[in-house]
Design a protein around this ligand. Structure first.
Ligand SMILES: [Fe+2]
Ligand SMILES: [Fe+2]
Length: 361
């Protein structure tokens, strides 16, 4: 049941419905009436329904705001945050390419293709933002930030290393440098997916709140409108990948262990801590929001990731958003969506405790 195998566009000897999302078989005929997880059709439609392009956003006032209303520090933070959002979207775009290649389920592939196209659009949006407002030096500051700022690199490396470890192993198998070991492959996939969910749901969404805080101060409204379009997409991606994680656990019961549960909790905490450390550096002297507000929001986002991926909340003090302005300026539809527990009409994840009880969705 290998996961990394020669890519076939058609196999007339098997069913159209995939047997598994990774490492299975399917004919290659994409019949949306005959898919293993019908919820994916709805997700696919919802993503299509959000289609937009960056040119719809007007930035005329923002050009003036950037020069006249933002302080020097606010401009610097605007550049750096835009730079790292670009980096994360670039990674997302490329990683989706690999996952889309590996999945054996045409409905999963269909969703991943859409997500990858949105990530490409997001990259173009940051280009639109920066090329409209920034001069050459500022633009270099933005796009080189992920290669130059130590704490930012430290934060990003935690997730990039996990994603790259999976990519490297797949590449080694493809090149014949390694023979696929099932347990190693799934462990690396599990860890990479978790890292990717944090990339989308924590490091991205955290960055957005700076734009909301400027908008609350009546600055950079167009930029914030664009960020909200991106954020809405990312929220859908979080739901989709949370679901992929749940299906992965359902189809591979060997991943349902206390060790993996503990790993996930510890990894999320490590990322939250790194994010807080980075926030203290980048958002110091920013008056549109406080570090404390940001930290509470990050803990809230970590809880949302847990809910989407079938884990219990980690930060019980932040089950809800404390700073309501984040909702007012950050989203039209209220709070982040979490995966509906009834997608499968059953609880699929049952990480086993030593005591034998399970974590429910
Ligand atoms: Fe994105
Ligand atoms: Fe995304």
């Amino acid at each position: 049941m290998s996961v990394v195998k020669p890519f076939r566009v058609f196999n007339g000897k098997v069913e159209n419905k995939a047997t598994r999302i990774f490492g299975g078989v399917a004919s290659g005929i994409s019949d949306w009436d005959d898919i293993k997880y019908p919820a994916l059709l709805q997700i696919n439609k919802e993503m299509f329904g959000e289609y937009w392009i960056e040119d719809e956003i007007r930035l005329g006032e923002d050009v003036k705001d950037y020069r006249q209303k933002l302080t020097e520090k606010e401009r610097y933070v605007f550049n750096v945050v835009t730079g790292y959002l670009t980096q994360l979207d670039s990674i997302a775009n490329r990683f989706n390419f690999l996952l889309g290649y590996l999945t054996t389920d045409p409905s999963v592939a269909g969703c991943i293709q859409l997500i990858a196209s949105f990530e490409g659009l997001h990259n173009r949006s940051y280009q639109y933002l920066t090329s409209t407002m920034l001069n050459d030096a500022e633009k270099r500051q933005a796009f080189n930030a992920p290669k130059e700022i130590k704490n930012l690199m430290k934060r990003n490396d935690i997730i990039i290393n996990k994603i790259q470890a999976f990519v490297d192993y797949v590449e080694d198998i493809m090149c014949g440098k390694a023979i696929e070991e099932e347990s190693k492959l799934y462990k690396l996939l599990y860890e990479a997916l978790l890292a990717y969910i944090i990339l989308e749901g924590l490091f991205f969404s955290g960055g957005f709140v700076y734009f909301h805080s400027l908008a609350r101060d009546n600055k950079m409204i167009g930029s914030n409108n664009m960020i909200n379009l991106i954020k809405k997409d990312e929220t859908q991606h979080n739901v989709f990948y949370g679901l992929v994680m749940q299906i992965l656990m359902l189809e591979n019961s060997s991943l349902n262990t206390q060790d993996n549960y503990d790993y996930a909790v510890n990894f999320i905490k490590e990322c939250v801590d790194a994010e807080k450390e980075w926030a203290k550096e980048i958002f110091s002297d920013i008056e549109t929001m406080s570090i404390r507000e940001y930290e509470n929001y990050i803990e809230y986002l970590a809880n949302v990731i847990c809910r989407n991926a079938g884990l219990s909340d980690i930060y019980t003090d932040n089950k809800e958003i404390k700073s309501k302005w984040i909702l007012n300026y950050g989203e039209k539809n209220g709070e982040h969506r979490a995966t509906k527990a009834d997608f499968f009409q059953t609880n699929v994840i049952n990480y086993s405790h030593e005591g034998g009880e399970g974590f429910d969705l």
